[in-house]
Write a protein that binds this ligand. Structure first.
Ligand code: PGA
Length: 256
């Protein structure tokens, strides 16, 4: 049985003061749970240090939203794996569609970042997903297969065992229009099959595949109870403790 993971991608929201308020609320609400699912928050870089100290002695884990694939040097405005691990980050979101769209990140670059993250002991949450045009053109499967191939290129089995994939249809992100549970599950199965072919079925079966894209308190149960959906990567609904915790609750119920 794969353990579910609910991760909040705060994107470019919450300064250090707002971070402190939200974490206090999350901690209060987390008391209702007994660590049945993994809960991760991914605040912006500027909030990571504060967040790390505020989640101390709780089961909440910390992730970053991006990083650079180089160790250090003249890369103005960038952040390295060493900087993240020194804070105590355990996860890093890589290849988010907003990075692909606004910052022109390619599968090749994301692949390099994944390798760097893994070598530093970070767990990458690797995002893939088709655009609306691609879905309407009927090429979702082809796009997903190409992305899986591209982002995992050259990774060993033991490396693939250490990462998570988040299927995030671009048309569902921040739009209020989620993929139906069946639509999402179908793509999750495709991803698992593809990883099975590239590595082994044993590795594919253990791979955690999260769904992301307008997951909320209303649709989380139906999504998370699908056979191949192992958690959520939550944007908008991760910014309010009650909305995020309702999704955590759905994760707990679907794990039971
Ligand atoms: P959303 O974002 O939940 O606001 O759609 C998800 C994501 O971008 O990871």
């Amino acid at each position: 049985m794969r353990r579910k993971i609910i991760a909040g991608n705060w994107k470019m929201n919450k300064d250090i003061h707002e971070t402190a308020t939200l974490i206090a609320e999350l901690r209060e609400r987390m008391k209702e749970f007994k660590n049945e699912v993994d809960v991760v928050i991914c605040p912006s870089y500027t909030s990571l240090v504060v967040a790390k100290s505020l989640i101390k002695d709780s089961s909440i884990k910390l992730g970053a939203q991006n990083m650079l694939q180089h160790d250090d040097g003249a890369y103005t405005g960038e952040v390295s794996t060493k900087m993240l691990t020194a804070i105590g980050c355990e996860y890093v979101i890589l290849g988010h569609s907003e990075r692909r769209q606004y910052f022109k990140e390619t599968d090749e670059l994301i692949n390099a970042k994944i390798k760097k993250a893994l070598s530093a002991g970070l767990t990458p949450i690797v995002c893939i997903g088709e655009t609306l045009d691609e879905r309407e053109a009927g090429i979702t499967d082809k796009i997903i297969t190409t992305q899986v191939n591209g982002v995992l290129r050259g990774l060993t089995s033991s490396e693939v065992e250490k990462l998570l994939i988040a299927y995030e249809p671009v048309w569902a992100i921040g739009t209020g229009k989620n993929a139906t549970p069946e639509q999402a599950n179908q793509v999750h199965k495709l991803i698992r099959k593809q990883v099975g072919q590239m590595y082994s079925w044993a590795i594919a079966e253990k791979l955690i595949i999260q769904y992301g894209g307008s997951m909320n308190a209303q649709n989380a149960s139906a999504l998370l109870s699908q056979s191949d959906i192992d958690g959520g990567l939550i944007g908008g609904a991760s910014l309010k403790a009650d909305l995020f915790m309702a999704i955590v609750q759905a994760g707990v119920e679907s794990s039971g």
